[in-house]
Design a protein around this ligand. Structure first.
Ligand code: XMP
Length: 515
């Protein structure tokens, strides 16, 4: 990995806010990148960032196995800002003392800035800040001085100005610290001398040049999923290599209604891309016969997808590269944090899941972008807003929205119910306000009456959630009238459904999908 000039590196000590720090800095038009706290000083020196931020983290520096950093990072001559645990780690490493506090400080605090420090440049001497810590600094390492206090600690912010080492006990990255952005700007711009030139436009220009250089005149194959990430990756790669990009769209028979037409319209007609659509529904369905276990469904679908993709690739002799829409959260989520596998998310994130024999080199232009940045790139490349603002759709498709065995009839039921949900969400204007909205077909039959007859038919659950990133979610308080309309339409229009339920579970402890 190499970094653009003027970047900030964030060493991750496991805080829930680490990604937030990265985003805040990117909002300043400065590129930031998260790396593990174990990254060596030699590697950091090679990457040559303009500044280093040590994130917070849940540990105490005195814990057995507490995440530490290479002590030599403080001697690189690169400015360092430690946030919360990052501050305590800096103090601990440089031979100051940290008290494993008994009194937890959580919430707002009044910060009193003492004297002049570039971190607090142009800020009023009293600031509202957000605290969330138990341990606190007792004595400072040599060369450090306090630059701000609170009623709970005389070392709420510290500095060794000569060496450009700074530490703050509070969290500037959260919205509860109103001037947090100014503090981060002071560190990145005044102390690290970053120029604020990293924009999506400059990202596209650099990326296109990079792809052209890497791929030369060779062909690149890319699997479109119908979602935002692969679409934006395709548009970006096409801008770089034009005709040398071959897009493959596998119709696995588990797609939403009209999906193939949508993909054709956008990629073949608007973007004039070489699009290879494979009608593979029967293959997938055959393999899924009798399977009810969700993880097995995923594995079968993932495996079959690779087979199909491999076959298509073999038809093109000059393909040497594989384009993928992997994004930054995929990469971060796929790396175990501090060796803790529970921090890894599901098996489905398709980062690097290629069979050996394909021997294709990966091109992942969005690997370092957050979702909203990916969307902005898509907009700048001219992708339609309807695609850019699409809800996420799982790779295994409708198969994980059919609880139990997948069959053609059951796919039809959930597909029809899904398109009614989509239509009504769009008509009501709620589609753009929620993270996801869909129907789930339950393996439950219940008694109903239709006309004069008793029915014994399926139940469908509506899952409509709000979320920032899919990691946590809350159910949407969708107005009753809209719920009623969706329910009436599904029961009247979809044969085989006589009951609709609304899922009111949050994530955690529930998940967004039902399987
Ligand atoms: P859960 O259900 O784990 O979902 O709360 C979080 C987000 O991930 C999507 N999801 C998947 N995406 N393959 C995918 O590509 C999968 O197997 C899969 N399972 C869940 C889900 O739709 C939500 O956006």
């Amino acid at each position: 990995m190499d970094l653009p000039d003027n970047s900030i590196i964030i060493l991750d000590f496991g805080s829930q806010y680490t990604q937030l720090i990265a985003r805040r800095i990117r909002e300043l038009n400065i590129y930031s990148h998260i790396v593990s706290h174990t990254t060596s000083s030699a590697e950091l020196s090679r990457l040559s960032p303009a500044g280093i931020i040590l994130s917070g983290g849940p540990a105490s520096v005195y814990n057995d196995g507490a995440p530490l950093s290479d002590p030599a990072i403080f001697d690189l001559g690169i400015p360092v800002l430690g946030i919360c645990y990052g501050l305590q780690l800096m103090v601990h490493t440089l031979a100051g003392k940290v008290d494993s506090g008994t009194k937890r400080e959580y919430g707002f605090a009044e910060l009193h800035i003492s004297g002049e420090s570039p971190v607090f440049h142009q800020l009023d001497p009293i600031q509202k800040v957000w605290m969330s810590h138990a341990d606190k600094v007792l004595t400072l390492p040599d060369g450090f001085a306090a630059i701000a206090t609170t009623s709970n600690t005389e070392y709420a912010a510290i500095a060794n100005q000569e060496k450009n080492l700074y530490g703050i006990q509070f969290h500037p990255e959260v919205v509860h610290t109103p001037n947090g952005k100014e503090i981060l700007t002071n560190f990145c711009v005044n102390i690290c001398a970053c120029d604020q030139t990293w924009t999506m436009g400059s990202f596209i220009d650099n990326c296109v040049a990079d792809i052209t250089r890497t791929t030369g005149n060779k062909q690149i194959i890319l699997g479109l999923s119908g979602g935002v990430d692969s679409a934006v990756a395709a548009a970006l790669i096409q801008k770089a290599v034009g005709e040398n990009l071959i897009c493959v769209f596998v119709d696995n028979g588990l797609l939403r209604a009209g999906e193939v037409d949508v993909v054709r319209r956008i990629f073949e007609q608007t973007f004039s891309m070489k699009l290879h659509v494979v009608d593979a529904g029967k293959r997938f369905l055959d393999k899924l016969k009798g399977v009810t276990d969700p993880e097995r469904k995923r594995k079968i679908i993932g495996h079959e997808f690779i087979e199909v993709f491999d076959e298509v690739t073999n038809e093109y002799r000059d393909v040497q590269f594989l384009g993928q829409g992997t994004t930054y959260p995929d990469v971060i989520e796929s790396v175990p944090i501090n060796g803790n596998p529970s921090a890894m998310i599901k098996s489905h994130h398709n980062v690097g899941g290629l069979p050996e024999h394909m021997r294709l080199e990966l091109i992942e232009p969005l690997r370092n972008l957050f979702k909203d940045e990916v969307r902005e790139v898509g907009r700048q490349l001219g992708l339609p807003e309807t695609l850019i603002m699409r809800h996420p759709f799982p790779g295994p498709g409708l198969a994980v929205r059919i609880i139990g065995e997948v069959s053609e009839e059951r796919i039809d039921v959930v597909r029809q119910a899904d398109s009614i949900v989509m239509e009504e969400m769009k008509i009501s204007g709620y589609y753009d306000q929620v993270w996801q909205s869909f129907a789930v077909l339950l393996p439950v039959q219940s008694v109903g009456v239709m006309g004069d007859e008793r029915t014994y038919e399926n139940a469908v659950a509506l899952r409509i959630v709000e979320s920032m990133d899919g990691m946590t979610a809350d159910w949407t308080r969708l107005p009753y009238e809209i719920q009623e309309k969706i329910s009436n339409r599904i029961i009247n229009e979809v044969r085989g459904v006589n009951r609709v339920c609304y899922d009111i579970s949050s994530k955690p402890p529930g998940t967004i999908e039902w399987e």
